[in-house]
Ligand binder design. Sequence first.
Ligand SMILES: OC[C@H]1O[C@H](O[C@H]2O[C@H](CO)[C@@H](O)[C@H](O)[C@H]2O)[C@H](O)[C@@H](O)[C@@H]1O
Length: 585
Amino acid sequence: MRIEDYALIGDTRSAALVGRDGSIDWLCLPRFDSPACFARLLGDDSNGFWRLAPAGHETATRRAYAGDTLILETVWETSTGTVKVIDFMPPQHANPDLVRIVEGVSGTVDMSVKISIRFDYGRIVPWSRLIGGHLHAIGGPDSVWIHTPVLLNGDGHGHHGTFTIAAGERRAFVFAWQPSHLPEPDPMDPVDQLGKTRRFWEEWVSHSRAAGPWRDAVVRSLITLKALTYSPTGGIVAAPTTSLPEVIGGVRNWDYRYCWLRDAAMTLDALSRAGYVGEAATWLEWLLRAIAGRPEDLQVMYGVAGERRLPEQTLNWLSGYEDSRPVRIGNDAVSQLQLDVYGQVLRCMYQARKHGMPAPDAYAWATVSKLMDFLERGWDQPDEGLWEVRGRRRHFVHSKVMVWAAADSVVRAVEEFGRPGPVERWRSLRERIHAEVCEKGFDAERGTFTQSYGSRELDAALLIIPIVGFLPPDDPRVAGTVEAIQRELTADGLLLRYPTSGHNDIDGLPGAEGVFLAGSFWLAEVLALLGRKDEATELFERLLGLTNDVGLLAEEYDPVMERQLGNFPQAFTHVHLIHTAQALS
Ligand SMILES: OC[C@H]1O[C@H](O[C@H]2O[C@H](CO)[C@@H](O)[C@H](O)[C@H]2O)[C@H](O)[C@@H](O)[C@@H]1O
């Protein structure tokens, strides 16, 4: 399956990827960052999957979400009849469940079901037994109970069965995860849960302010962002997957099932602008809990409950998506210094307040002050930057601009909302950073800002300069930077993050990567800010054309192979889809 052949279902605690072939190939339980019990996505059949499809049919005829929900409907038209498979995860259950309802639409269809559960990312072959209409699998800390309406037979590889579905009939499979020391969970009514799940999503979407020509794409992105929120704590993961490659067969494979402050802050900015101020407030509480401690110990990412240690490991029993190895879990970028994160967080708090979030309490503002103390001491250090380079630290222009944005946000909060200072110190910090970036980060000869002080490379992240108001859109230095980026950093009109052809010393990694979709949306947003609305709209609509059949986007795209690349679906990309739609309308 191509990455874009997958659709997402989820319960705001974890998520599954369902292929166009009717196979669930990725599911981590009970949390986004738990070990997967279906990991075929990153390996093969022996790493676990659950396929439910007409016997002998490879791919579905069509599929779509049911209206503004995360309920997936996959339709198969066969020579004997038409069948629909409805997949969803009820969002309000203590323990995760996954429901698959098979609905006969016309005629009769012979169906096949194959289930192979492999706990611990496809490694543990569980003990399985069939008891009174249930398949029970147990291994280590995990157990799964599947209520099956058809007789299953087991062999060394898993369980399988066949059945015929006629027009008007419904058969439901209910999969429930439970810690292995607990007894079988209470039964649930799948049809009742279908109604509740539909109402949950429709009610949530009804609070959105999305309107206009791109309303459906924006709403699908909002639903996706909500699906990536871990509801028990308010943390937001960057994506529900690990190690989907940034180039097929390459090594740029990372685990995104954590809460990056950068990605989460941007997500909250998009949600609060779209009317979801409550989500912004919940995330702010999550943030204050996660970062509680010394400001210099602030991490760029945390686990969904605020965990700090996320050690990177390689799962060498998995062959990787289309042989893209290594498969990694954990992320060593956790210990990097990325100064932009401070700016993202403080700017997000300021923006959320502007969009109606209640004033943060004195404790929250004291945290803001401490973060600013840290920035006053440390803003001039080199860092790893927002791209989390694994090469040497540099004075990234984007990082400095975002520290400027941090200072600008707190100065504005003092001026506009009457928060306590020290405002003079913050104003002076803002001025010093501005002067240094304009002096050391601008190449006057070429008329463009550069990736880092004194370098010749460009960087898509420089597009943030007019977005955060570091310089006005009509400043010639902005126009020069946009022009240079369009000239030197695009592939087929879409934006690369930075030059990665061949081995380079920017990120310390071999090989190139695809175009960065969030950056390409930035370009459209900046073109709109510059008044180049037709060009911006054309680029935006082209990017919308890259969404898959159910409106989802990964982190990157390969314009030559015409394939999505990287973790999927990625919050960062959907956030910038929303921002650009807002900028254009
Ligand atoms: O490609 C290098 C880096 O890729 C990942 O980082 C990227 O994803 C993050 C989450 O969406 C995002 O915040 C960051 O800006 C992106 O560069 C990966 O997590 C890193 O470990 C890796 O070095």
